[in-house]
Design a protein around this ligand. Structure first.
Ligand SMILES: C[S@@+](CC[C@H](N)C(=O)[O-])C[C@H]1O[C@@H](n2cnc3c(N)ncnc32)[C@H](O)[C@@H]1O
Length: 223
């Protein structure tokens, strides 16, 4: 191992030891890589709900840095129509909604568990972005087939064995220049068929980010 890598790993270990560990999907969450700072009362309200959901986690959600990544991706492509598989209580959805409130976009998010679906809806409302979100209760494999509009960004974070089915169903609806973002590309071990599909198709360009934690696959549908 070279010196730079040893130093980086050492720094990560120190940071992990010194910062709170939340109940996230990955091996650990480092919440101290700089905070999101609100630049409007609307943004402050969403960030406050995000912090509250994060503090009071009872269900798995993306680590904070993956949430912030979702926001950066959605906002930078000017997403107008984002689709999420696996709402849970709305943590990752709120990060997407932070972006969509700026881009004039909307989120459609799918959850199979009625209790989590209800909690997500309540979280969207108290964050002031309920009007930007359509939370669908049901099996996403069946429900996404009803989507008709062009999609700018898909976020896959539901049943891990279902990723390939979601990709096959939704990729034709994603616009050229749109993104398919997949959670848990490092941990737990992703479906190799999904990884193969996003890394061997010449119509796609995929990078893997935040692989020190749960890992995120970011796939561009090429123009
Ligand atoms: C890891 S959690 C999602 C976390 C969420 N994205 C977040 O970061 O806040 C996965 C969720 O997918 C839901 N789920 C699993 N299979 C599903 C299916 N077939 N359709 C819809 N939701 C499903 C589970 O009930 C669970 O709430």
């Amino acid at each position: 191992m070279n010196k730079a890598r040893r130093t980086a790993l050492g720094a990560a270990a120190v940071l992990a030891a010194a910062t709170p560990v939340a109940f996230s999907q990955g091996r650990r969450t480092r919440a101290a890589e700089g905070a999101s700072r609100p630049n409007s009362p609307e943004e402050r309200r969403i960030l406050e709900v995000l912090a509250d959901v994060y503090r009071n986690h009872r269900y798995l959600s993306v680590p904070e840095e993956d949430g912030r990544l979702l926001r950066v991706l959605a906002e930078s492509i000017g997403a107008k129509n984002a689709v999420e598989l696996g709402t849970s209580t709305g943590y990752s959805g709120l990060w997407l909604l932070l972006a969509l409130a700026k881009t004039g976009g909307r989120l459609t998010t799918f959850e199979i568990d009625p209790g989590r679906h209800a909690m997500a809806r309540a979280n969207f409302e108290r964050a002031g972005v309920g009007h930007l979100a359509t939370a669908v209760l049901g099996d996403a494999h069946a429900e996404v087939k009803k989507l008709k509009d062009t999609i700018d960004l898909v976020f896959i974070d539901a049943d891990k064995e279902g990723y390939l089915d979601y990709l096959r169903t939704l990729l034709p609806r994603v616009r050229a220049g749109g993104l398919v973002v997949a959670h848990n590309m490092a941990s737990p071990t992703p479906d190799p068929a999904y990884v193969n599909a996003i890394t061997t198709d010449a119509a796609l360009e995929t990078v893997f980010l935040n692989m020190h934690d749960a890992g995120v696959g970011v796939t561009l549908k090429k123009r």
